[in-house]
Design a protein around this ligand. Structure first.
Ligand SMILES: [Zn+2]
Length: 388
């Protein structure tokens, strides 16, 4: 069996965090420290006045309460699924077999993400913005939960988003859900299998043994081969725009975009390959996205780091140790005030809603309390211009 590549290098058990201030070990103390952190007057930018100056940084930990797996284990170590081998960008671009394998897996996995919803942490960030305390969000997550929970709060999705596919030739985007429909049409045996395993509840669990018991059988590489429909025969559509009008190549001629009789991309093509609109391993974050995120951090007075480290008052809310935490801790005094920096280890979906409630009660303003609702984002207009 070939040696699997690991998505994230395995690390040993990280040191347990020192909770700062000491009182933040309890929920009430953590809420009080965070309130102090968020409402402290701006020291570095007097011009910002009463404008919110906190930028929130989020990572995978914030989506765990939505049912999405975190790569990190309970103690901050990385869970390694030994059969899981991520696809690299160059491999996706150059290897049709690798693309078939990717899309076959993605076809089965999409429903789980599509049905998942933002959780109390995402909505609490919306409320912190409503309270005038949060200016913007930078997330590493590709699940679009931030855009769904707070569509009006400026959010940068550093690693892209799974809600869309993007053409590697013309950069046109199309909704992943429409693409899913095309995958189902082109791969009827897989579509029937997906209906079957959805009905069995096999996709409701991340546990490989339970999945096997409910009808998902994987080979030693972790792939699913269906009788009569191995993933090597999996088909995926070409970019509709490139198919209609093949893009020019570097030498000025037209690229070739060809499909079979059902509309599936075929390997005689030299363009029109769709990929998920996420930054794949081995692929760089677009320089514009990176520059915007860096400016947001530079302009902020303080950073609230949730579930995922600059020299600013910083509040870290994360279960388990954070890589580089020992460096961060050097400047922190365990007896300091919440306005100077905080280290908390309480789940965000428990801590943030309590914080919002506390801020509302200590805030004299009358805040209109509308129920949390979810905006389903179709397509991807948010940062399309930056990525094209
Ligand atoms: Zn295209």
């Amino acid at each position: 069996m070939r040696k699997p590549y690991m998505r994230i290098p395995f690390t040993g058990v990280l040191a347990a965090p020192t909770i700062i201030p000491e009182s933040a070990k309890a929920l009430s103390g953590a809420v009080a420290a965070l309130e102090e952190f968020l409402v402290a007057p701006s020291s570095s930018s007097p011009l910002s006045g009463t404008q919110p100056s906190t930028v929130v940084l989020t990572g995978a930990g914030i989506s765990v309460a939505s049912g999405l797996a975190d790569y990190r284990g309970a103690k901050g170590t990385y869970r390694v699924n030994k059969t899981y081998r991520p696809i690299y960008y160059h491999e996706f671009l150059n290897n049709n077999e690798a693309r078939k394998r990717y899309w076959a897996r993605s076809f089965l996995g999409w429903t789980t993400l599509y049905k998942a919803k933002p959780n109390a942490s995402h909505f609490a960030i919306k409320h912190l913005n409503d309270l005038g305390l949060v200016r913007s969000v930078i997330t590493q997550n590709v699940d679009s939960f931030h855009s769904q929970a707070h569509p009006n709060l400026h959010t940068i999705e550093l690693h892209g988003y799974l809600r869309s596919c993007v053409c590697t030739s013309c950069h046109e985007e199309l909704p992943r859900d429409d693409f899913q429909g095309e995958l189902a049409r082109l791969n009827p045996t897989w579509a029937a299998f997906l209906r079957e395993i959805l009905a069995s509840g096999a996709l409701d669990t991340e546990n490989p043994d339970e999945r096997r018991a409910r009808g998902i059988k994987t080979n030693p590489d972790g792939d699913i081969d269906l009788p009569g429909a191995p993933y090597t025969t999996f088909r995926y559509p070409a970019c509709p725009r490139c198919l209609a009008s093949p893009p020019p190549t570097a030498d000025g001629t037209r690229a070739t975009v060809e499909v079979d009789s059902d509309g599936a991309w075929i390997p005689t093509s030299t363009a029109g390959i769709l990929k998920p609109a996420v930054v794949m391993f081995g692929e760089s974050i677009h320089h514009t996205v990176k520059a915007v995120a860096e400016k947001m951090v530079d302009d902020a007075d303080r950073l609230l780091v949730l579930g995922t480290i600059k020299k600013k008052p910083i509040a870290i809310v994360n279960i388990g140790g954070v890589r580089g935490e020992d460096v961060f801790r050097v400047d922190l005094d365990p007896n300091q005030h919440g306005s100077q920096g905080i280290r908390v280890e309480i789940p965000t979906d428990e801590l943030l809603p309590t914080l919002v409630k506390q801020l509302r009660s200590s805030n004299a303003q009358n805040i209109h309390e509308a129920p949390d609702y979810i905006m389903k984002i179709q397509g991807a207009s948010t940062f399309k211009d930056m990525l094209s």
